[in-house]
Design a protein around this ligand. Structure first.
Ligand code: NAP
Length: 253
């Protein structure tokens, strides 16, 4: 099935590079008008120029409520609506045992990875989707389904994001569908230390599908969740997208 998003208006946080840019590109190719946002205006501008007609940008920090208001307003004013929200941007300022995390970094991780997706969804709902319907897609992580010696804090926020997805799906249906994607290791800047060099080869070998993920893999799933015909009866779902890592014989670390 050729999944189209013609006439749809989408907003992708963290759309200037990595997975977010991959999703924005796939949405533009499927016919949507796409607003991309990230902290650096210059990066957004470059990404939008590269994605061509159909891509627009408004810079903002997802953790700042005034930026969220401004980016949502820009989307409504300039593009004329908001049908699809992708909560993609996230942070990971701490690596180490969860028991040792300092409160500023704990708070920061919660704020950006959990509070921000809720706040952006509240704005999207109140200002557009409650009346016109829509789809929300949260980019979580397969880490939210397991434990990890050093990524516990980040994973806890992703586990909570998965439950936020279920909770909001129950609250916002039938008007809005809310789904999550839980990727394994994807080759982006964010995860570079986890996949560059031999470590990446080892992880790839442990995945039944024998390769690491690419932003395009996540983008294809996002188009599926954004398309009402393809996933019209799916809400509150988490799609594990990890080359089979979670169910493989070897645990990829
Ligand atoms: N890569 C992986 O292996 C992997 C695996 C599982 C889940 N994920 C999840 O996938 C999502 C995207 O990750 P990625 O790997 O694509 O990361 P990435 O390549 O580092 O890209 C992150 C994007 O988010 C933006 N961003 C970061 N902090 C922001 C903030 N506070 N406000 C607004 N924008 C912000 C960045 O641009 P600026 O710097 O300009 O703000 C950039 O556009 C995240 O939710 C991550 O947790 C990634």
């Amino acid at each position: 099935m050729d999944l189209r998003l013609d006439g749809k208006i989408a907003l992708v946080t963290g759309g200037s590079r990595g997975i977010g840019k991959g999703i924005a590109k796939a949405f533009v190719e499927a016919g949507a008008q796409v607003m991309i946002t990230s902290r650096k205006a210059e990066s957004c501008k470059e990404a939008a120029a590269e994605l061509g007609e159909g891509a627009h940008f408004e810079a903002g920090n997802i953790g700042k409520s005034e930026d969220a208001e401004r980016v949502i307003s820009a989307t409504l004013d300039r593009l004329g609506g908001l049908d699809i929200l992708v909560n993609n941007a996230a942070t990971n300022p701490y690596a180490g045992p969860t028991i040792d995390v300092d409160m500023p970094r704990w708070q920061k991780t919660l704020e950006v990875n959990l509070t921000a997706p809720l706040f952006w969804t509240q704005l999207a709902w109140n200002r557009a989707m409650k009346e016109h319907g829509g789809a929300v897609i949260n980019i979580a992580s397969v880490g939210g389904l397991a434990t990890n010696p050093i990524l516990g804090v980040y994973d806890i926020t992703k586990a909570a994001l998965l439950h936020l997805t279920r909770q909001l799906a129950a609250e916002l249906g039938p008007t809005v569908r809310v789904n999550a994607i839980a990727p394994g290791l994807i080759k982006t800047d964010f995860a570079r230390v986890l996949w560059e060099g031999e470590r990446g080869d080892q992880v790839a070998k442990a995945y039944p599908l024998k390769r690491l993920g690419e932003p395009e893999d996540v983008a294809a799933a996002a188009v599926f969740f954004a398309n009402d015909a393809a996933s019209g009866w799916i809400t509150g779902h988490t799609l594990v997208l990890d080359g089979g890592g979670l169910i493989g014989f070897e645990r990829a670390g």
